[in-house]
Write a protein of this length. Structure first.
Length: 52
């Protein structure tokens, strides 16, 4: 039961932080998503060029 309580506390903290610094969180999320997509795209492109 204790880990569920800690999980709820962490979620509450995340929500509070999101309301306080929404712009910063949005920028961080957008950058991380862009980086993931770029890495996946270049890894696929590199894999195809390496095979060919």
């Amino acid at each position: 039961m204790s880990w569920q309580l800690y999980l709820l506390l962490a979620l509450a903290l995340l929500v509070i932080m999101a309301f306080k610094i929404t712009k910063v969180l949005a920028i961080i999320i957008l950058l991380s998503v862009l980086i993931v997509f770029l890495v996946a795209y270049f890894s696929k492109k590199g894999g195809k060029s390496d095979k060919a």
